[in-house]
Design a binder for this molecule. Sequence first.
Ligand code: GSH
Length: 325
Amino acid sequence: MAKAQFAAETSGRGEWVRQPNRFTDRITADGSSGWPVEPGRYRLVVSLACPWAHRSVIVRRLLGLEDVLSLGVVDPIRDERGWRFTLDPQGRDPVTGIEFLSEAYLAADPEFQGRYTVPAVLDVAERRVVTNDYPQLTLDLSTEWARYHRAGAPELYPERLRDEIDEVNAAVYADVNNGVYRCGFATSQRAYEQAYERLFARLDQLSERLAGQRYLVGDTITEADVRLFTTLVRFDAVYHGHFKCNRQKLSELPVLWAYARDLFQTPGFGDTVDFDHIKRHYYATHHQLNPTGIVPLGPDPSAWHTPHGREALGGRPFGDGTPPA
Ligand SMILES: N[C@@H](CCC(=O)N[C@@H](CS)C(=O)NCC(=O)O)C(=O)O
């Protein structure tokens, strides 16, 4: 991230303030937005390092949308031009032909001056961004794309639980998903301490909630679990050290650690995690936090596969549906 941009997202009190999502068009079943759901028309571009993008990778897989919405993965290391397709042959995304994600942002708005962020959904033919609105994106995959879900896809955003899911998501976003960034990117002691207190107070509250129930809302996995998982799975690998979220490690918070392992071992979750991309991205691109760019070797990821015992709480991960293949 460029220094100037970093400064632009820091308040006078040293608090990190995230930029709004600029492209908020929606892809809809009835096409009323001008962007109809259509197999093969769009491409989801993600970094496997990014927790916001990771949500969409999990939801796409849980719902079985792989053949309908293709996936482009950028190099975890950005240069000053932003996310690159350097993992692909000739350094180009094989479907859209672009080298940098910025090309798709500037095709949508030549005046755009914000950060070129993942996840982004591109219109393949026009090679332009349709949306980078990551919170709406996963909800739309659950609802607007329903016609193309696999048989047995779980209901991640069931109508009867939406209010409760939205409420949990709002708190988890403010204090946990974005809270770790507010710790890591704070530029004053006070802003860091406030973010840290809020983060761990919320984690304590979530521990209490999850002590007696297997999932956050209802008795099956939902969008709420997806959103909490993507932060928890990065916690010990990057947030604990790099972002100074270090009251405890996740692995020292028994309820949340078991909950996170339970999800990790659920098809669609752990099989979408790439610790190499995660660690290299955070430690090697935030130069203001880690000027040497050295990437730590630990922690040992094998602990994610140990028994969690959460089956004893009941719950039916996929409800009446089935796990993805
Ligand atoms: N779109 C949101 C969230 C997505 C986001 O922050 N993605 C990060 C990766 S985790 C990104 O793409 N950053 C690019 C950059 O900072 O230049 C935002 O602008 O803050």
